[in-house]
Write a protein that binds this ligand. Structure first.
Ligand code: ADP
Ligand code: MG
Length: 635
């Protein structure tokens, strides 16, 4: 190369590897691209088999059009596609693929084998493409259609391979993607194997039937149909009734012309329809199909093609919102009464309450729940409780202006640094932390404790030093977490037998988790066996409420899967944390005084009562001295 020319065009192989970084991020992306190709080829039966969550092998078989010898030779080249020809075609994409880079990217990071035959040909072709090797091709005998093998993904990019998550997590991504395909193409048969076990084999059927097959009858029974036609746009599909809303977004699907898409805006439109029907922490199930003119959308926003630009997003938002609202109304799920201005920021309203006008008392009512929050002093319910600021008090010891609220703690972000800061904030510096629980217990017991529940959420306890505020949900979470851990360590028999076993239907991902956690779940107190109809549960841990045997298991598995991604702890620890999180009493559950007392007692039996398993604080302590300081009472 001459001195004056430093820029050069990268060899095709390197260009492919760079592109692969965007198209192929994990085994799941390979499967998504291959199944899209099979669907584009008109297949009516697609089989997917993975080994080691796709890291060792991904095998996709279809009965689609197949390829000629010329085409299969071109297929793994970059920008080689049969789906578009011109820039105009890019404006109206009818196929799932169009960028012509999937096979090129895959063959730059794995060993790719394509076996394909067109029905009109006597025999087919087998093409081998490997990073940095010439492709080879030979004639073979096979059924019409295409079979693709992808072996040893990322074997030539160790950094990438190392970056992959556990098989469990990778497999979960794959099975989520397979579920999405199965839902959006109910007329196609999908057969899905994980190694030697069959995950699902769903035959052509209606979308509703497919939902039943994948998610179970209990879900299907709670669906309401959505149907809305508006000239060029049709919105149809299903919403889950509020009774089956979940704590995660795992069961939410948008399909735009059968392509799975992610859209915050459209999802918001659905949530708006569910406003006041479900709690803020819950997520509705939806499977919504949007069919519209392809020239009004642009899917060429991102290599993974899940982001889409709409010409008129506002209109689509309104349509989705109205369609969802109408569906819920038709099923009498939205009461006709409206609570005036629906302002979720300020759900409280003062209303007059009393037998006669003269005796009217003002009560503060939560408009969303109908619960009477305070019957005497409405203003107090609105006042947030305040805690001291971390910085030293200003001279004079009295602060004006807004007091600092307790630090909001997003789940995942609470870390050791926060913890230290938090400890410094709320603990007496003189006290050794090791003893603080025993100490606190003593202090609690020594007082004829005054216990009070605030907004069915926080428990206020008078202690010798002043005041302790406990988050009831987090406290219970801590208690259950420690119980679950000792149960799994066999220190504790935590099981209760059910008089009437219940049968639950597991989704493919849940099924995998169950197999993985078999021993741990039994240790925890679950007693189950697989039947043809589903999983029969005949025993559950003691603290699982009756009637929640099935739902708690779903929720625990869901939570576990979430934690498995963000936490590095062992499976057992994650399971205990998931159990704690899901089986604990919730914010909003009213507690009697004896229940509160029991909770506080149990809490101080814990080894680490101060923080929950994810490091969120369980309690806040405020000393009398602090109150004195704030009120300018120098002692
Ligand atoms: P794209 O799907 O964007 O066109 P790909 O790299 O995924 O790009 O595939 C390249 C081409 O190979 C496709 O356009 C198609 O013609 C052909 N092809 C890939 N997979 C199959 C298949 N399963 N059956 C038939 N043809 C296929
Ligand atoms: Mg493709």
């Amino acid at each position: 190369m001459s001195e004056t020319q430093r820029i050069h065009i990268l060899p095709e192989f390197i260009a492919n590897q760079i592109a692969a970084g965007e198209v192929v991020q994990r085994p799941e992306s390979v499967i998504k691209e291959l199944v899209e190709n099979s669907l584009d080829a008109g297949a009516t039966h697609i089989t997917v088999l993975v080994r080691q969550a796709g890291k060792a092998l991904i095998h996709v078989i279809d009965n689609g059009s197949g390829m000629s010898k010329e085409d299969v030779l071109l297929a793994p080249k970059r920008h080689a596609t049969s789906k578009i020809r011109s820039a105009e075609d890019l404006m109206k994409i009818h196929t799932l693929g169009f960028r012509g880079e999937a096979l090129a990217s895959i063959s730059s990071v794995a060993v790719l084998e394509i076996c394909t035959r067109q029905a009109s040909n006597e025999h087919g072709w087998k093409l081998m493409a490997e990073p940095l090797r010439d492709v080879s091709i030979e004639a073979i005998q096979q059924e019409p259609g295409t079979q693709i093998y992808v072996r040893n993904l990322f074997y030539n990019i160790p950094a990438r391979r190392k970056f992959l998550r556990s098989d469990l997590t990778e497999f979960r991504h794959i099975s989520d993607t397979m579920t999405r395909f199965a839902l959006s193409y109910p007329s196609v048969r999908f057969t899905f194997h994980d190694g030697d076990s069959l995950i699902f084999d769903v035959r052509p059927q209606s979308q509703r039937e497919r939902i039943r097959e994948l998610f179970g009858e209990n879900i299907e029974r709670e669906l309401v149909a959505v149907e809305r036609d508006d000239e060029s746009i049709r919105i149809h599909g299903y919403l889950g009734k509020p009774s089956i809303a979940r704590s995660s977004r795992a069961q939410q699907f948008f399909f735009l012309n059968q392509r799975s898409i992610a859209s915050k805006a459209l999802s918001h439109a659905v949530y708006q329809a569910f406003e006041h029907l479900i709690d803020k922490s819950q997520h509705p199930l939806y499977v919504l199909n949007i069919d519209m003119d392809v020239s009004k959308i642009d899917v060429n926003v991102h290599p993974q093609k899940t982001e889409v630009k709409f010409d008129d997003e506002r209109r689509l938002y309104t349509l989705v919102h109205e369609a969802a609202l109408a569906a819920l109304r038709n099923n009498s799920l939205i009461p006709e009464v409206h609570f005036g201005l629906q302002n979720s920021q300020a759900p409280f309203e003062k209303i007059a309450f009393g037998p006669t006008e003269a005796q009217n008392d003002m009560v503060l009512v939560n408009k969303m729940t109908g619960e009477i929050v305070d019957s005497h002093d409405p203003s107090s319910a609105r006042t947030g409780f305040t805690v001291p600021e971390r910085t030293s008090p200003p001279p004079g010891g009295f602060r004006t202006g807004a007091a600092l609220a307790p630090p909001p703690v997003p789940k995942a972000e609470w870390n050791a640094a926060h913890q230290t800061a938090f400890d410094a904030l709320f603990h007496e510096p003189t006290l050794g932390d090791d003893h603080s629980s025993r100490e606190a217990e003593a202090r609690f017991a020594a007082t004829d404790a005054l216990i009070w529940q605030l907004h069915n959420k926080y428990i206020f306890v008078q202690t010798v030093e002043g005041l302790m505020i406990v988050d009831q949900h987090i406290a219970h979470e801590r208690i259950l977490y420690e119980k679950a851990l000792s149960a799994m360590n066999n220190d504790y028999n935590y099981a209760q037998k059910l008089l009437f076993p219940v049968v639950v239907h597991l989704t493919p991902s849940e099924d995998v988790l169950m197999r993985e956690l078999d021993a741990e779940l039994s240790g925890l107190g679950y007693d189950f066996r697989t039947l043809d109809e589903g999983l029969e549960i005949s025993g559950v841990p003691l603290d699982v409420k009756s009637g929640e045997e099935a739902s708690s298991l779903h929720e625990i598995l869901e939570q576990y899967a979430e934690y498995a991604v963000v936490r590095t702890a062992s499976g057992r620890d994650n399971l205990a944390a998931s159990f704690g999180c899901r089986a604990a009493i919730k914010a909003g559950d009213p507690l009697s005084k004896p229940q509160m007392k029991k909770l506080i007692d149990d809490l101080f039996q814990c080894r680490t009562p101060e923080v929950c398993p994810h490091g969120r604080p369980v309690m806040i302590k405020m000393e009398l001295k602090e109150f004195d300081r704030r009120f300018g009472r120098t002692s």
